[in-house]
Design a protein around this ligand. Structure first.
Ligand code: NAI
Length: 357
């Protein structure tokens, strides 16, 4: 039998003990489980957020990531008007993950499910980086916890929402023509970014795509009659719209002046290196659509599955991201604040407390 090895806990304490409503550590050496559940805020409903499976340099780093991502889920659900709070969990890996379908993996997630069940439904897990539908099924069926086990991939819905957000920002900035004739650069053409590029192309945009997997970018560029650019140079490529759809923190304060695009709207979580970048972008005349508003299509689709919406109802709900972005941009313009500040104001109203990024 292969032994599942997970990171040994370090002597460091949890990153921010009071950053969330609850931060729960979970340990069982028999199955090699070390995990952190962060339940950020349950004002609007039980905390829903994915389970990440990856290695971390320390317990503190794992806890910090769970808390940060949980807080982003609170904002995402509040802005998408969904009846969930924000939560996230991380399962710490040391070395290779146990292969899908093995008894070791099942045992790991079953045990984690038993611990999630102790939250009495206040933490609802879903698939996230490193985890699979089968892991959620182990959490639910063997662990006895509530878990969202939708078999539909959220990515096309996330892409549709990002496209709706991008289009709304383009209409706000350039008028009714929307994306027609605009140059859109997409960084990261995986399951979300490639679909965002296709939707923008179908709407009349000219596309340049970038990916560390250059073959993937080249193939998509061929399909769309577009061009490619080096992955790291994508934010600085001449464009009207920049869509970050790969990694976090691609917008950094000291490189904002090199960004030619007037609109930034993408799927990547945590696009801004620090929240102060929103003000700097505003001053530079760049419209930044907050990532947690633009990329909510996936959670909207999951919710549609839970409450039994028809396909048409789910798509209409995802498309409403566009209207929401229009509303935020109008509020921002009227009040002379950033779209991020407008979004945080809306979240503060929904949650009944002041929310900061
Ligand atoms: P994916 O893994 O399918 O695609 C990511 C793509 O980015 C890959 O093609 C990868 O080669 C490329 N990439 C990685 N590092 C890069 C870099 N430094 N520069 C350029 N390209 C790079 O991931 P997916 O599902 O498309 O998600 C994209 C982003 O959107 C992620 O940040 C994810 O957290 C976020 N997101 C995704 C959601 C979904 O429904 N899939 C929901 C909400 C957010």
């Amino acid at each position: 039998m292969t032994t599942v090895t997970t990171s040994a806990p370090t002597s460091e304490s949890i990153a921010e003990p009071w950053a969330t409503e609850q931060t729960i550590t979970c340990r069982d050496d028999r199955v090699g489980l070390r995990a952190v559940i962060a339940i950020d805020d349950t004002t609007l409903g039980p905390g829903f957020g994915g389970v990440r499976l990856r290695s971390y340099p320390s317990t503190e780093a794992a806890a910090r990531e769970a808390q940060r991502l949980a807080a982003a889920m609170t904002l995402k659900h509040a802005l998408a008007e969904l009846p969930y709070g924000g939560a996230k969990s991380v399962v710490m890996l040391d070395g290779e993950a146990p292969a899908p379908g093995t008894p070791e993996r099942r045992a790991l997630f079953t045990r984690f499910g038993e611990m999630i069940a102790r939250t009495a439904g206040m933490y609802i897990p879903g698939v996230d980086m490193g985890t699979l539908l089968g892991d959620m099924q182990a959490i639910r069926d063997d662990g006895g916890a509530r878990a969202f086990c939708d078999e539909v991939s959220p990515s096309p819905f996330t892409a549709r929402g990002v496209y709706a957000a991008m289009r709304a920002a383009a209409v706000h900035h350039h008028g009714e023509g929307g994306l027609a004739g605009l140059h859109v650069v997409v960084q990261g053409v995986g399951s979300v970014g490639a679909e965002v590029a296709r939707l923008a192309h179908a709407d009349g945009a000219r596309l340049t795509v970038a990916d560390v997997d250059t073959a993937r970018a080249e193939e998509l560029a061929r399909e769309l009659g577009g061009a490619t650019v080096d992955a790291g140079e994508a934010p600085f490529h001449d464009a009207d719209v920049f869509a970050p759809c790969a990694i976090a923190r691609v917008v950094m304060r000291d490189t904002i002046e090199r960004i030619p695009a007037r609109i930034i709207a993408g799927a990547a979580n945590d696009t801004l290196d620090d929240p102060g970048c929103a003000e700097a972008l505003h001053e530079a005349g760049i419209v930044f659509v907050p990532d947690f508003v633009a990329n909510a299509g996936g959670v909207i689709q999951v919710h549609g599955g839970v409450v039994g919406w028809s396909d048409a109802e789910t798509l209409a709900a995802v498309d409403r991201i566009g209207e929401r972005v229009t509303g935020l941009l109008e509020t921002a313009q009227e009040q002379g604040i950033t779209p991020l500040a407008a979004a945080l104001q809306r979240a503060s109203d929904a949650l009944g407390r002041e929310v900061t990024a």
